[in-house]
Design a protein around this ligand. Structure first.
Ligand code: SF4
Length: 561
Protein backbone atom coordinates (compact mmCIF):
# COMPACT_ATOMS: atom_id res chain seq x y z
CA UNK A 1 0.00 0.00 0.00
CA UNK A 2 1.26 3.45 -0.86
CA UNK A 3 1.76 5.65 2.16
CA UNK A 4 3.17 9.01 3.06
CA UNK A 5 6.89 9.25 3.81
CA UNK A 6 8.89 10.93 6.51
CA UNK A 7 9.09 11.08 10.28
CA UNK A 8 6.81 12.79 12.79
CA UNK A 9 7.93 16.22 13.95
CA UNK A 10 6.72 16.55 17.54
CA UNK A 11 6.70 20.17 18.72
CA UNK A 12 6.18 21.21 22.33
CA UNK A 13 5.44 24.93 22.30
CA UNK A 14 5.69 25.21 26.09
CA UNK A 15 9.22 23.78 26.19
CA UNK A 16 10.18 25.21 22.76
CA UNK A 17 11.44 21.81 21.67
CA UNK A 18 11.04 19.82 18.46
CA UNK A 19 11.83 16.15 18.20
CA UNK A 20 11.86 13.87 15.20
CA UNK A 21 10.37 10.41 15.59
CA UNK A 22 10.50 7.57 13.11
CA UNK A 23 6.91 6.39 12.50
CA UNK A 24 7.46 4.13 9.49
CA UNK A 25 5.68 1.25 11.23
CA UNK A 26 2.56 3.42 11.69
CA UNK A 27 2.73 4.74 8.12
CA UNK A 28 2.91 1.27 6.62
CA UNK A 29 -0.51 0.47 8.11
CA UNK A 30 -2.15 3.91 8.17
CA UNK A 31 -1.38 5.59 4.78
CA UNK A 32 -1.20 9.22 6.01
CA UNK A 33 -3.66 12.10 6.51
CA UNK A 34 -6.68 11.30 8.70
CA UNK A 35 -5.77 7.64 9.35
CA UNK A 36 -2.30 8.66 10.49
CA UNK A 37 -3.58 11.60 12.55
CA UNK A 38 -6.28 9.43 14.16
CA UNK A 39 -3.85 6.63 15.03
CA UNK A 40 -1.36 9.09 16.56
CA UNK A 41 -4.09 10.96 18.43
CA UNK A 42 -5.61 7.75 19.76
CA UNK A 43 -2.20 6.71 21.09
CA UNK A 44 -0.93 10.05 22.35
CA UNK A 45 -3.84 12.19 23.54
CA UNK A 46 -5.18 11.33 27.02
CA UNK A 47 -8.80 10.18 26.80
CA UNK A 48 -9.82 12.73 29.45
CA UNK A 49 -8.03 15.70 27.87
CA UNK A 50 -9.44 19.23 28.00
CA UNK A 51 -9.70 20.22 24.29
CA UNK A 52 -8.48 23.71 25.20
CA UNK A 53 -5.81 22.49 27.65
CA UNK A 54 -2.08 22.17 27.10
CA UNK A 55 -2.26 18.37 26.88
CA UNK A 56 -4.45 18.36 23.79
CA UNK A 57 -2.44 17.71 20.64
CA UNK A 58 -3.05 18.87 17.10
CA UNK A 59 -1.67 16.74 14.25
CA UNK A 60 -1.20 18.06 10.73
CA UNK A 61 -0.55 15.26 8.25
CA UNK A 62 0.06 14.74 4.57
CA UNK A 63 -0.73 11.70 2.45
CA UNK A 64 1.06 9.81 -0.34
CA UNK A 65 -0.73 11.67 -3.13
CA UNK A 66 0.62 15.04 -2.00
CA UNK A 67 3.95 13.80 -3.37
CA UNK A 68 2.35 13.74 -6.85
CA UNK A 69 1.10 16.43 -9.22
CA UNK A 70 -2.33 14.87 -9.68
CA UNK A 71 -5.55 16.87 -9.65
CA UNK A 72 -7.68 16.60 -6.49
CA UNK A 73 -4.68 16.26 -4.17
CA UNK A 74 -4.09 19.86 -2.99
CA UNK A 75 -5.19 19.14 0.56
CA UNK A 76 -3.79 18.70 4.07
CA UNK A 77 -5.37 16.92 7.04
CA UNK A 78 -5.54 17.95 10.70
CA UNK A 79 -6.72 15.95 13.75
CA UNK A 80 -7.38 16.93 17.37
CA UNK A 81 -9.95 16.75 20.18
CA UNK A 82 -12.55 19.34 19.25
CA UNK A 83 -13.66 22.06 21.66
CA UNK A 84 -16.98 22.14 19.79
CA UNK A 85 -17.89 18.42 19.79
CA UNK A 86 -15.62 17.32 22.66
CA UNK A 87 -14.69 14.30 20.51
CA UNK A 88 -11.80 13.29 18.27
CA UNK A 89 -12.17 15.05 14.95
CA UNK A 90 -10.34 15.47 11.65
CA UNK A 91 -10.71 18.31 9.19
CA UNK A 92 -8.97 18.92 5.90
CA UNK A 93 -8.25 22.05 3.92
CA UNK A 94 -7.41 22.80 0.30
CA UNK A 95 -5.32 25.61 -1.07
CA UNK A 96 -1.60 25.46 -1.62
CA UNK A 97 0.02 24.58 1.68
CA UNK A 98 0.05 20.80 1.05
CA UNK A 99 3.10 20.89 -1.23
CA UNK A 100 5.07 23.10 1.14
CA UNK A 101 4.11 20.83 4.02
CA UNK A 102 5.41 17.85 2.04
CA UNK A 103 8.56 19.87 1.31
CA UNK A 104 9.45 19.89 5.00
CA UNK A 105 10.04 16.14 4.70
CA UNK A 106 7.71 15.24 7.56
CA UNK A 107 4.66 13.04 7.17
CA UNK A 108 3.07 14.62 10.26
CA UNK A 109 3.61 17.56 12.59
CA UNK A 110 2.33 17.40 16.17
CA UNK A 111 1.73 20.53 18.24
CA UNK A 112 1.43 20.08 22.00
CA UNK A 113 1.88 22.15 25.18
CA UNK A 114 0.91 25.81 25.52
CA UNK A 115 3.26 28.72 25.00
CA UNK A 116 3.48 31.53 27.57
CA UNK A 117 3.54 34.10 24.75
CA UNK A 118 2.09 34.37 21.26
CA UNK A 119 4.35 32.56 18.77
CA UNK A 120 4.67 31.55 15.16
CA UNK A 121 6.14 28.09 14.65
CA UNK A 122 8.28 27.80 11.50
CA UNK A 123 8.66 24.19 10.32
CA UNK A 124 11.30 23.63 7.63
CA UNK A 125 13.38 20.79 6.22
CA UNK A 126 16.20 22.29 8.27
CA UNK A 127 14.50 22.31 11.68
CA UNK A 128 11.91 24.21 13.69
CA UNK A 129 12.08 27.85 14.80
CA UNK A 130 9.88 29.60 17.38
CA UNK A 131 9.22 33.30 16.76
CA UNK A 132 7.59 35.40 19.46
CA UNK A 133 5.00 37.69 17.84
CA UNK A 134 3.40 39.83 20.59
CA UNK A 135 2.55 42.53 18.02
CA UNK A 136 0.29 40.08 16.18
CA UNK A 137 -2.08 39.77 19.13
CA UNK A 138 -5.58 40.31 17.79
CA UNK A 139 -4.37 40.45 14.18
CA UNK A 140 -6.74 39.28 11.47
CA UNK A 141 -5.87 36.48 9.08
CA UNK A 142 -4.88 38.87 6.22
CA UNK A 143 -2.79 41.01 8.62
CA UNK A 144 -0.96 37.92 9.86
CA UNK A 145 -0.40 36.66 6.31
CA UNK A 146 0.93 40.08 5.30
CA UNK A 147 3.38 40.07 8.21
CA UNK A 148 4.67 36.60 7.33
CA UNK A 149 5.08 37.55 3.68
CA UNK A 150 6.80 40.88 4.39
CA UNK A 151 9.02 39.80 7.28
CA UNK A 152 9.72 36.16 6.46
CA UNK A 153 9.07 35.95 2.72
CA UNK A 154 6.49 33.23 3.38
CA UNK A 155 3.38 33.72 1.24
CA UNK A 156 -0.06 32.35 2.17
CA UNK A 157 0.79 29.08 0.41
CA UNK A 158 3.18 28.39 3.30
CA UNK A 159 0.95 29.28 6.20
CA UNK A 160 -1.75 27.98 8.57
CA UNK A 161 -3.02 30.97 10.54
CA UNK A 162 -5.62 31.82 13.17
CA UNK A 163 -7.46 35.11 13.52
CA UNK A 164 -8.92 36.79 16.62
CA UNK A 165 -11.58 34.05 16.83
CA UNK A 166 -8.92 31.40 17.41
CA UNK A 167 -7.07 33.55 19.94
CA UNK A 168 -10.37 34.10 21.77
CA UNK A 169 -11.09 30.36 21.73
CA UNK A 170 -14.36 30.63 19.86
CA UNK A 171 -15.45 26.99 19.78
CA UNK A 172 -15.87 27.01 15.99
CA UNK A 173 -12.79 29.06 15.08
CA UNK A 174 -11.02 27.82 11.96
CA UNK A 175 -7.39 27.51 10.99
CA UNK A 176 -6.99 29.40 7.71
CA UNK A 177 -4.50 28.34 5.08
CA UNK A 178 -3.61 30.03 1.80
CA UNK A 179 -5.48 32.97 3.41
CA UNK A 180 -9.00 31.93 2.33
CA UNK A 181 -9.11 28.15 2.71
CA UNK A 182 -10.13 26.70 6.04
CA UNK A 183 -9.67 23.76 8.31
CA UNK A 184 -13.20 24.81 9.06
CA UNK A 185 -15.20 22.45 11.20
CA UNK A 186 -14.78 21.70 14.86
CA UNK A 187 -12.78 24.61 16.25
CA UNK A 188 -9.20 23.70 15.35
CA UNK A 189 -8.43 27.42 15.46
CA UNK A 190 -9.43 27.53 19.12
CA UNK A 191 -7.05 24.65 19.85
CA UNK A 192 -4.15 26.57 18.29
CA UNK A 193 -5.31 29.70 20.13
CA UNK A 194 -5.30 27.85 23.45
CA UNK A 195 -1.66 27.00 22.76
CA UNK A 196 -0.84 30.63 21.97
CA UNK A 197 0.19 29.67 18.44
CA UNK A 198 -0.76 32.38 15.96
CA UNK A 199 0.52 30.56 12.91
CA UNK A 200 2.52 27.61 11.64
CA UNK A 201 4.56 27.93 8.48
CA UNK A 202 5.85 25.12 6.28
CA UNK A 203 8.83 25.44 3.94
CA UNK A 204 11.43 23.17 2.41
CA UNK A 205 12.67 21.34 -0.66
CA UNK A 206 12.72 17.87 0.77
CA UNK A 207 11.14 15.45 -1.67
CA UNK A 208 10.55 11.83 -0.96
CA UNK A 209 9.95 9.40 -3.73
CA UNK A 210 6.46 7.93 -3.70
CA UNK A 211 5.88 6.21 -7.00
CA UNK A 212 2.50 7.26 -8.41
CA UNK A 213 1.23 5.30 -11.46
CA UNK A 214 0.48 6.78 -14.86
CA UNK A 215 -3.27 6.81 -14.24
CA UNK A 216 -2.75 10.11 -12.43
CA UNK A 217 -2.16 11.76 -15.80
CA UNK A 218 -5.43 10.31 -17.14
CA UNK A 219 -7.28 11.74 -14.15
CA UNK A 220 -5.52 15.05 -14.54
CA UNK A 221 -6.46 15.18 -18.23
CA UNK A 222 -10.08 14.30 -17.56
CA UNK A 223 -10.31 16.91 -14.79
CA UNK A 224 -9.02 19.53 -17.23
CA UNK A 225 -11.37 18.51 -20.06
CA UNK A 226 -14.52 17.81 -18.08
CA UNK A 227 -17.57 19.96 -18.61
CA UNK A 228 -18.94 20.10 -15.11
CA UNK A 229 -21.24 22.62 -13.39
CA UNK A 230 -18.86 22.84 -10.42
CA UNK A 231 -16.25 24.45 -12.66
CA UNK A 232 -18.48 27.50 -13.02
CA UNK A 233 -20.38 27.50 -9.74
CA UNK A 234 -18.45 25.24 -7.35
CA UNK A 235 -20.64 23.61 -4.73
CA UNK A 236 -23.32 26.28 -5.24
CA UNK A 237 -24.27 24.52 -8.50
CA UNK A 238 -26.60 22.35 -6.37
CA UNK A 239 -28.37 25.25 -4.61
CA UNK A 240 -31.46 25.61 -6.80
CA UNK A 241 -31.96 21.86 -7.05
CA UNK A 242 -31.65 21.47 -3.27
CA UNK A 243 -34.24 24.19 -2.89
CA UNK A 244 -36.57 22.58 -5.42
CA UNK A 245 -36.52 19.18 -3.68
CA UNK A 246 -36.90 20.84 -0.27
CA UNK A 247 -33.49 20.05 1.15
CA UNK A 248 -32.40 23.67 1.70
CA UNK A 249 -32.66 24.48 5.41
CA UNK A 250 -34.17 27.95 5.86
CA UNK A 251 -35.10 30.30 8.71
CA UNK A 252 -33.15 28.39 11.35
CA UNK A 253 -34.46 25.08 10.04
CA UNK A 254 -38.13 26.13 10.21
CA UNK A 255 -38.47 25.68 6.42
CA UNK A 256 -37.02 23.34 3.82
CA UNK A 257 -36.96 25.79 0.93
CA UNK A 258 -36.33 29.50 0.56
CA UNK A 259 -38.46 31.94 -1.42
CA UNK A 260 -35.41 34.17 -1.90
CA UNK A 261 -33.32 31.47 -3.60
CA UNK A 262 -33.02 33.46 -6.82
CA UNK A 263 -30.97 36.11 -5.01
CA UNK A 264 -28.43 33.63 -3.63
CA UNK A 265 -28.38 30.88 -6.27
CA UNK A 266 -25.37 29.39 -8.04
CA UNK A 267 -26.10 31.72 -10.98
CA UNK A 268 -25.67 34.75 -8.72
CA UNK A 269 -22.36 33.36 -7.46
CA UNK A 270 -21.20 32.72 -11.03
CA UNK A 271 -22.04 36.32 -11.96
CA UNK A 272 -19.70 37.51 -9.21
CA UNK A 273 -16.89 35.10 -10.08
CA UNK A 274 -14.10 37.08 -11.71
CA UNK A 275 -11.35 34.52 -12.24
CA UNK A 276 -10.53 30.83 -11.96
CA UNK A 277 -9.74 29.44 -8.53
CA UNK A 278 -8.05 26.17 -7.66
CA UNK A 279 -5.84 24.23 -5.24
CA UNK A 280 -2.29 22.88 -5.78
CA UNK A 281 -2.01 20.97 -9.05
CA UNK A 282 -5.79 20.72 -9.55
CA UNK A 283 -7.07 21.09 -13.11
CA UNK A 284 -10.70 20.81 -11.96
CA UNK A 285 -10.47 24.30 -10.47
CA UNK A 286 -13.82 24.49 -8.68
CA UNK A 287 -13.00 27.42 -6.36
CA UNK A 288 -14.88 30.70 -6.49
CA UNK A 289 -12.98 33.99 -6.33
CA UNK A 290 -15.83 36.51 -6.36
CA UNK A 291 -16.04 40.30 -6.56
CA UNK A 292 -18.88 42.78 -6.28
CA UNK A 293 -17.92 45.58 -8.66
CA UNK A 294 -20.23 48.11 -7.03
CA UNK A 295 -18.82 47.85 -3.50
CA UNK A 296 -15.36 46.47 -4.38
CA UNK A 297 -15.93 43.55 -2.00
CA UNK A 298 -13.77 40.54 -2.88
CA UNK A 299 -13.87 37.11 -1.29
CA UNK A 300 -13.61 33.44 -2.18
CA UNK A 301 -17.00 31.80 -2.26
CA UNK A 302 -19.53 31.60 -0.77
CA UNK A 303 -19.76 27.83 -1.11
CA UNK A 304 -23.17 26.14 -0.93
CA UNK A 305 -22.97 25.52 2.81
CA UNK A 306 -22.34 29.21 3.42
CA UNK A 307 -25.28 30.11 1.16
CA UNK A 308 -27.43 28.01 3.47
CA UNK A 309 -26.06 29.19 6.83
CA UNK A 310 -25.79 32.93 6.05
CA UNK A 311 -28.43 32.98 3.28
CA UNK A 312 -31.56 30.83 3.53
CA UNK A 313 -31.09 29.86 7.18
CA UNK A 314 -30.63 33.52 8.16
CA UNK A 315 -33.38 34.80 5.85
CA UNK A 316 -30.94 36.72 3.60
CA UNK A 317 -31.65 36.84 -0.14
CA UNK A 318 -28.86 39.03 -1.53
CA UNK A 319 -25.65 37.33 -2.64
CA UNK A 320 -23.51 40.38 -1.79
CA UNK A 321 -24.65 40.23 1.82
CA UNK A 322 -23.71 36.55 1.98
CA UNK A 323 -20.36 37.35 0.35
CA UNK A 324 -19.71 39.89 3.08
CA UNK A 325 -20.49 37.35 5.83
CA UNK A 326 -18.18 34.88 4.10
CA UNK A 327 -15.42 37.49 3.92
CA UNK A 328 -15.75 38.42 7.59
CA UNK A 329 -15.50 34.76 8.62
CA UNK A 330 -12.31 34.35 6.57
CA UNK A 331 -10.81 37.55 7.97
CA UNK A 332 -11.50 36.65 11.61
CA UNK A 333 -10.94 32.91 11.20
CA UNK A 334 -14.40 31.39 11.71
CA UNK A 335 -16.18 28.34 10.30
CA UNK A 336 -18.92 29.76 8.08
CA UNK A 337 -21.40 26.93 8.74
CA UNK A 338 -21.29 26.99 12.55
CA UNK A 339 -21.09 30.79 12.64
CA UNK A 340 -24.03 31.25 10.26
CA UNK A 341 -26.19 28.65 12.01
CA UNK A 342 -25.45 30.08 15.45
CA UNK A 343 -26.34 33.56 14.24
CA UNK A 344 -29.52 32.13 12.66
CA UNK A 345 -30.46 30.73 16.08
CA UNK A 346 -30.02 34.22 17.56
CA UNK A 347 -32.02 35.82 14.71
CA UNK A 348 -34.86 33.42 15.42
CA UNK A 349 -34.82 34.21 19.12
CA UNK A 350 -34.94 37.94 18.36
CA UNK A 351 -37.29 37.69 15.35
CA UNK A 352 -34.65 39.41 13.22
CA UNK A 353 -34.28 37.15 10.17
CA UNK A 354 -32.83 39.06 7.22
CA UNK A 355 -31.24 41.83 9.30
CA UNK A 356 -27.90 41.88 7.49
CA UNK A 357 -26.35 44.71 9.52
CA UNK A 358 -27.01 42.74 12.68
CA UNK A 359 -25.60 39.57 11.11
CA UNK A 360 -22.34 41.25 10.09
CA UNK A 361 -22.05 42.90 13.48
CA UNK A 362 -22.59 39.54 15.20
CA UNK A 363 -19.77 37.91 13.21
CA UNK A 364 -17.37 40.54 14.55
CA UNK A 365 -18.77 40.25 18.07
CA UNK A 366 -18.40 36.46 18.04
CA UNK A 367 -14.78 36.68 16.82
CA UNK A 368 -13.94 39.12 19.62
CA UNK A 369 -16.30 37.58 22.21
CA UNK A 370 -17.89 40.98 22.71
CA UNK A 371 -21.32 41.37 24.29
CA UNK A 372 -23.74 38.72 23.06
CA UNK A 373 -20.93 37.45 20.84
CA UNK A 374 -19.33 35.89 23.91
CA UNK A 375 -22.42 33.73 24.39
CA UNK A 376 -22.78 32.88 20.68
CA UNK A 377 -19.09 31.90 20.51
CA UNK A 378 -20.05 28.78 22.48
CA UNK A 379 -22.20 27.39 19.63
CA UNK A 380 -25.82 26.29 19.39
CA UNK A 381 -25.56 23.18 21.56
CA UNK A 382 -24.42 25.14 24.61
CA UNK A 383 -26.71 28.18 24.26
CA UNK A 384 -29.97 27.06 22.63
CA UNK A 385 -31.81 26.87 25.97
CA UNK A 386 -30.82 30.43 26.85
CA UNK A 387 -31.99 31.60 23.42
CA UNK A 388 -35.21 29.59 23.69
CA UNK A 389 -34.69 27.83 20.34
CA UNK A 390 -34.30 24.19 19.29
CA UNK A 391 -30.92 22.53 19.45
CA UNK A 392 -30.01 22.15 15.78
CA UNK A 393 -26.74 20.31 16.28
CA UNK A 394 -25.46 16.74 16.53
CA UNK A 395 -22.68 16.00 19.02
CA UNK A 396 -22.30 19.74 19.45
CA UNK A 397 -21.73 20.52 15.78
CA UNK A 398 -24.13 22.76 13.89
CA UNK A 399 -25.84 21.32 10.81
CA UNK A 400 -24.55 21.54 7.28
CA UNK A 401 -27.08 21.81 4.44
CA UNK A 402 -28.62 18.87 2.49
CA UNK A 403 -31.47 18.62 4.97
CA UNK A 404 -31.94 15.11 6.36
CA UNK A 405 -35.67 15.52 6.79
CA UNK A 406 -35.86 15.24 3.00
CA UNK A 407 -32.71 13.21 2.32
CA UNK A 408 -33.28 10.55 4.97
CA UNK A 409 -30.03 8.63 4.38
CA UNK A 410 -28.10 11.87 4.85
CA UNK A 411 -30.15 12.34 8.04
CA UNK A 412 -28.92 9.01 9.38
CA UNK A 413 -25.41 9.99 8.28
CA UNK A 414 -25.60 13.21 10.33
CA UNK A 415 -26.60 11.11 13.37
CA UNK A 416 -23.86 8.47 13.12
CA UNK A 417 -20.98 10.77 12.10
CA UNK A 418 -18.28 10.83 14.76
CA UNK A 419 -17.78 14.53 14.16
CA UNK A 420 -21.44 15.51 14.32
CA UNK A 421 -23.75 17.11 11.78
CA UNK A 422 -21.25 17.46 8.97
CA UNK A 423 -22.11 16.54 5.39
CA UNK A 424 -18.60 15.48 4.29
CA UNK A 425 -18.12 12.69 6.83
CA UNK A 426 -20.15 10.18 4.81
CA UNK A 427 -21.52 12.29 1.93
CA UNK A 428 -24.73 10.35 1.53
CA UNK A 429 -26.55 13.24 -0.11
CA UNK A 430 -25.25 12.74 -3.70
CA UNK A 431 -26.94 9.32 -3.71
CA UNK A 432 -30.31 10.80 -2.79
CA UNK A 433 -30.55 13.99 -4.90
CA UNK A 434 -29.29 12.04 -6.96
CA UNK A 435 -25.98 13.31 -8.31
CA UNK A 436 -24.84 9.77 -9.18
CA UNK A 437 -25.90 7.31 -11.89
CA UNK A 438 -29.36 5.76 -11.71
CA UNK A 439 -27.96 2.35 -10.77
CA UNK A 440 -26.31 3.82 -7.64
CA UNK A 441 -29.10 6.17 -6.58
CA UNK A 442 -31.44 5.79 -3.60
CA UNK A 443 -34.94 7.14 -3.04
CA UNK A 444 -34.84 10.14 -0.71
CA UNK A 445 -37.45 8.75 1.62
CA UNK A 446 -36.81 6.07 4.20
CA UNK A 447 -33.77 4.15 5.35
CA UNK A 448 -34.34 0.79 3.70
CA UNK A 449 -31.06 -0.60 2.38
CA UNK A 450 -29.16 2.53 3.41
CA UNK A 451 -27.19 1.55 6.56
CA UNK A 452 -24.74 -0.76 4.70
CA UNK A 453 -24.20 1.95 2.08
CA UNK A 454 -23.63 4.49 4.85
CA UNK A 455 -20.93 2.27 6.38
CA UNK A 456 -19.27 1.90 2.98
CA UNK A 457 -19.32 5.65 2.34
CA UNK A 458 -17.95 6.54 5.79
CA UNK A 459 -15.15 4.03 5.26
CA UNK A 460 -14.40 5.26 1.75
CA UNK A 461 -14.24 8.87 2.88
CA UNK A 462 -11.87 7.91 5.70
CA UNK A 463 -9.56 6.52 2.99
CA UNK A 464 -9.97 9.61 0.78
CA UNK A 465 -9.08 11.77 3.80
CA UNK A 466 -6.01 9.65 4.42
CA UNK A 467 -4.60 9.35 0.90
CA UNK A 468 -5.52 12.51 0.61
CA UNK A 469 -8.03 12.87 -2.29
CA UNK A 470 -10.39 15.83 -2.52
CA UNK A 471 -13.98 14.57 -2.16
CA UNK A 472 -14.93 16.39 -5.37
CA UNK A 473 -12.96 13.75 -7.28
CA UNK A 474 -16.13 11.62 -7.05
CA UNK A 475 -16.74 11.43 -10.84
CA UNK A 476 -13.10 10.66 -11.65
CA UNK A 477 -12.11 7.99 -9.12
CA UNK A 478 -13.37 4.50 -9.82
CA UNK A 479 -12.63 1.63 -7.44
CA UNK A 480 -10.02 0.38 -9.90
CA UNK A 481 -8.29 3.74 -10.01
CA UNK A 482 -8.18 3.98 -6.22
CA UNK A 483 -6.65 0.49 -6.12
CA UNK A 484 -4.07 1.45 -8.73
CA UNK A 485 -3.15 4.78 -7.13
CA UNK A 486 -2.74 3.30 -3.66
CA UNK A 487 -1.45 -0.14 -4.75
CA UNK A 488 -3.96 -1.84 -2.49
CA UNK A 489 -7.09 -3.97 -2.71
CA UNK A 490 -10.28 -1.88 -2.54
CA UNK A 491 -11.90 -4.05 0.13
CA UNK A 492 -8.74 -3.89 2.25
CA UNK A 493 -8.83 -0.11 1.96
CA UNK A 494 -12.48 0.01 3.04
CA UNK A 495 -11.58 -2.19 6.01
CA UNK A 496 -8.85 0.28 6.97
CA UNK A 497 -11.37 3.12 6.62
CA UNK A 498 -13.61 1.20 9.01
CA UNK A 499 -10.74 0.91 11.45
CA UNK A 500 -10.26 4.70 11.37
CA UNK A 501 -13.98 5.28 12.06
CA UNK A 502 -13.83 2.73 14.90
CA UNK A 503 -10.74 4.40 16.44
CA UNK A 504 -12.54 7.75 16.47
CA UNK A 505 -15.62 6.14 17.97
CA UNK A 506 -13.57 4.26 20.58
CA UNK A 507 -11.78 7.44 21.65
CA UNK A 508 -15.11 9.24 21.92
CA UNK A 509 -16.69 6.33 23.85
CA UNK A 510 -13.97 6.79 26.50
CA UNK A 511 -15.20 10.40 26.78
CA UNK A 512 -18.79 9.26 27.36
CA UNK A 513 -20.24 9.22 23.84
CA UNK A 514 -22.72 6.43 23.07
CA UNK A 515 -25.99 5.77 21.26
CA UNK A 516 -27.64 8.67 23.05
CA UNK A 517 -25.34 10.98 21.05
CA UNK A 518 -26.33 9.46 17.68
CA UNK A 519 -29.45 11.61 17.72
CA UNK A 520 -31.28 14.04 15.47
CA UNK A 521 -33.51 16.98 16.40
CA UNK A 522 -36.24 15.47 14.20
CA UNK A 523 -37.92 12.13 13.65
CA UNK A 524 -37.00 9.86 10.76
CA UNK A 525 -39.10 6.82 9.81
CA UNK A 526 -37.54 3.61 11.22
CA UNK A 527 -34.61 5.58 12.66
CA UNK A 528 -33.95 3.20 15.58
CA UNK A 529 -33.96 0.21 13.26
CA UNK A 530 -31.60 2.01 10.88
CA UNK A 531 -29.25 2.80 13.74
CA UNK A 532 -29.25 -0.84 14.85
CA UNK A 533 -28.51 -2.01 11.31
CA UNK A 534 -25.66 0.47 11.16
CA UNK A 535 -24.13 -0.76 14.44
CA UNK A 536 -24.59 -4.41 13.39
CA UNK A 537 -22.90 -3.74 10.03
CA UNK A 538 -19.95 -2.26 11.89
CA UNK A 539 -19.83 -5.01 14.54
CA UNK A 540 -20.40 -2.46 17.29
CA UNK A 541 -22.47 -2.85 20.42
CA UNK A 542 -26.17 -1.91 20.45
CA UNK A 543 -25.40 1.03 22.71
CA UNK A 544 -23.26 2.65 19.99
CA UNK A 545 -19.92 1.73 21.55
CA UNK A 546 -17.01 -0.11 20.00
CA UNK A 547 -15.99 -3.40 21.62
CA UNK A 548 -12.59 -2.67 23.26
CA UNK A 549 -11.00 -5.71 21.66
CA UNK A 550 -11.49 -4.27 18.15
CA UNK A 551 -9.25 -1.22 18.75
CA UNK A 552 -5.58 -1.43 19.67
CA UNK A 553 -4.04 0.67 22.43
CA UNK A 554 -5.07 4.19 23.33
CA UNK A 555 -3.95 6.75 25.83
CA UNK A 556 -5.72 6.10 29.10
CA UNK A 557 -3.17 8.20 30.99
CA UNK A 558 -4.86 11.16 32.66
CA UNK A 559 -4.15 14.63 31.35
CA UNK A 560 -1.89 16.92 33.40
CA UNK A 561 -4.00 19.98 32.89
S1 SF4 B 1 -11.72 19.87 -6.84
FE1 SF4 B 1 -11.84 21.99 -6.10
S2 SF4 B 1 -11.60 21.88 -3.84
FE2 SF4 B 1 -10.92 19.91 -4.74
S3 SF4 B 1 -8.69 20.13 -4.97
FE3 SF4 B 1 -9.65 20.71 -6.93
S4 SF4 B 1 -9.94 22.95 -6.81
FE4 SF4 B 1 -9.55 22.21 -4.72
Amino acid sequence: MKHSRGPLCSIDVRERTAETEDIDDVLESYIGGRALGTKLAHERIPFDVDPLGADNRLFFATGPLQHSTMSFTGRTSATTVSPLTDGLLSSNAGGFVSRNFTGTGYSAVEITGASDELVVVHVTDDGVEFEAVPDLEGATVPETCEYLEDERDLGPEHTAVIGPAGENEVRFASVMTSEERAFGRGGLGAVLGSKNVKAITFDGDSTREVEIPAVQMEIHGEAAQAEHPMKAQGTTSVAEYANMVEALSSYYFDDLSFEGIDGISGDRVEEKKYKKGTCSSCAFACKLPTRDEESGLETEGPEFETLMAFGSNSGVDDIVDVMKSNKLCDVYGLDTISTGDTIAAYLKSEDEFGNVDLIHDLVEKIAHREGVGDQLAEGVDRIHDDLGVENWSVKGMEFAAHDGRTLNGQGLAFATSNRGADHMYAEFYPYEYPLVGEEDAFQKEGLEGKPPKLVELENLNAIKDSAIFCKFSRDFLSEERIETLLAADYDDLLALGGEVVAMERHFNNQRGFDRADDRLPYELPDFEQGLEEYYAERGWNDDGTVPDATVDGGSAAPADD
